[in-house]
Design a protein around this ligand. Sequence first.
Ligand code: SF4
Ligand code: SF4
Length: 355
Amino acid sequence: MHRVMIQPATYENVRQAVDRAFELFPVEIEGRNVLIKPNVLRASEAKEGIVTHPAVLRAVVDKVEEMGPASLIVGDNPGLFSYGDNENSFEKTGLMAAAKGYYRNIGNDAQKVPFNADYLPSVSVSRAVLDADFVISLPKFKTHGLTILTGAIKNSYGYLPGAQKARLHRAAGSPERFHEAVVEVFRLRVPDLFIVDAVVGMEGNGPASPDLRDIGLIMASDNAVAMDAVMATMMGLEPGRLRFLKKAEELGLGSYDIDEIEIIGELKILPDFKLPPAGGEAISQNKVIQEMMHSRTLLRPQADPDLCTACGTCIDQCPVSALSMDGDLPRVDSDICITCFCCQEICPEKAMTLK
Ligand code: SF4
Ligand code: SF4
């Protein structure tokens, strides 16, 4: 039986809840390579509640640091509105300071791995995810227009750097298939521990809704299906309604049956919790978002011949080796490029743009 901790907390005393999570889910971290992955959807103020709160990240970093890891990385790949804006997203949210020097732009180094060919034959995953001995996922308690809630399973969608997220959205085609694609990304590397920022959660039309909700909790588990099932129940949702949870259970990743989950703490349904429109209409029928996603998948880098010095830095740094020198200019292989914006970020001459 999987367990989920539900512990009262504020951002001021969050360390106590983090300590409790590590007590309940003891882990061997000493001498291991640890990745902490908050939800950094986009550059925003911490008070907007769109990302994992910096106080939660700080408490987890402090805790892990004390446990003597061989290495510690804090990183994420932001979503649609902040591709290529990794550092700024961490800075603006306050997560850069909370990461205490352990931040790394994990979108700069990726490895191609086979994927479910019903969607895409392969995807490129941040190497920091694949190399970690121990992954700690720090989701935010939020709604999501397409998956209804974004929690332990959906937080792993950030394994994919750049516009691959949008490409997979398109490859999925329907909300139901997108739910399943999210699980396929999650199981590329199932995190070892989940600590959810539910001190201030989000309701309404997430994942960037202005409707914040004071919940006053930190939640933790070592099983994502159990965690998301408990979050769904708190939102007033029958977990079995969520296709991604059904898919995860079918794949043997856990049980969403609330009677099969041991609750450590008090499970309360949040009264009158505002859900997004059921079935994913909020995003799948939003033309502006759909067009933006599509346009992002089509962007490709182009070097300005007047500025480019043929230094080759972009070629060395491309995480998927999509660039090569063609005469005096780098050229992109469009089939390989994942539109991660790294070449634009790294170019010392500001010669590279994505068009
Ligand atoms: S990093 Fe910039 S200057 Fe150097 S080869 Fe690439 S585009 Fe040209
Ligand atoms: S060519 Fe540029 S945008 Fe495309 S994957 Fe390489 S670094 Fe990223």
